[in-house]
Design a protein around this ligand. Structure first.
Ligand code: ATP
Ligand code: MG
Length: 212
């Protein structure tokens, strides 16, 4: 964090210097726009790095998550109320399938909410351009008697090549992505001694499974 903070503030200073001196510059070949774009990128990415470092630092402080018995239905309800305005606005259908409304998992609710938000946001981004976009939240107890939560989407899917990298910090295929979401999810699941898995078929969709 110490080494990134000055980059971010330097980019800030350069940006305002550029604004002040723009009238004196010869803007042939769109030099000024290029500079603006470059400085802006440095600024955005260094701010992203700072945010990432801060979240990671806070996460690393949590050596033992604050485990409590939590109803999965409560987690799903929180997700629904948080996400439904966005989903409505984007015309995405969200289905919740919970056969056993009494299903309980022992987790740190605020951390697991963070995981679900990241997965749902990824799903929203993945279904952006498909017809009948749809996201499904499911929870059940698997054969191994481990409770599991699944977040499924009928979006773009993930190619094999991309699949190898998705949990690596900063890996992103998105223009404005930070590549933080899934590495945080993995970190949080590790804190819970749980697992996160993914199955995906390109052009059909993706399923992320959390096992507790
Ligand atoms: N549901 C999904 N469908 C298709 N691709 C996905 C899905 N979830 C993740 N990915 C791929 O995994 C990459 C990494 O995801 P991750 O959430 O870590 O970062 P990001 O979404 O790109 O950026 P950030 O979450 O930090 O804003 C994405 O860029 C995307 O290529
Ligand atoms: Mg993401």
């Amino acid at each position: 964090m110490n080494s990134v903070a000055p980059i971010s503030s330097l980019a800030d200073t350069l940006q305002s210097r550029l604004k002040q001196s723009v009238q004196y510059l010869n803007n042939s070949n769109q030099v000024v726009e290029d500079l603006e774009l470059g400085i802006n990128t440095i600024k955005r990415r260094s701010e992203g790095l700072l945010k990432f470092a801060e979240v990671y630092r806070n996460l690393n402080k949590i050596t033992t998550p604050n485990l409590k018995n939590v109803y999965v239905r409560d987690l799903f309800e929180t997700m629904y109320s948080l996400m439904h305005p966005t989903l409505n606005q984007k015309g995405i259908e969200m289905e919740i399938v919970l056969k056993d409304p009494e299903l309980i998992i022992e987790v740190d609710a605020s951390l697991i909410e963070q995981v679900l938000i990241n997965l749902i946001v990824n799903a929203i981004e993945a279904v952006k351009e498909v017809p009948h976009p749809r996201i499904i939240l499911t929870a059940y107890v698997s054969d191994t008697t481990m409770p599991a939560i699944k977040v499924s989407d009928n979006g773009t899917g993930i190619s094999e090549e991309v699949m190898n990298n998705i949990f690596i910090p900063f890996f992103s295929t998105k223009k404005n992505g930070s590549g933080i979401g899934l590495s945080l999810c993995k970190q949080i699941m590790m804190l819970h001694k749980g697992k996160i898995n993914v199955q995906s078929v390109p052009e059909q969709g993706t399923v992320f499974t959390l096992q507790f």
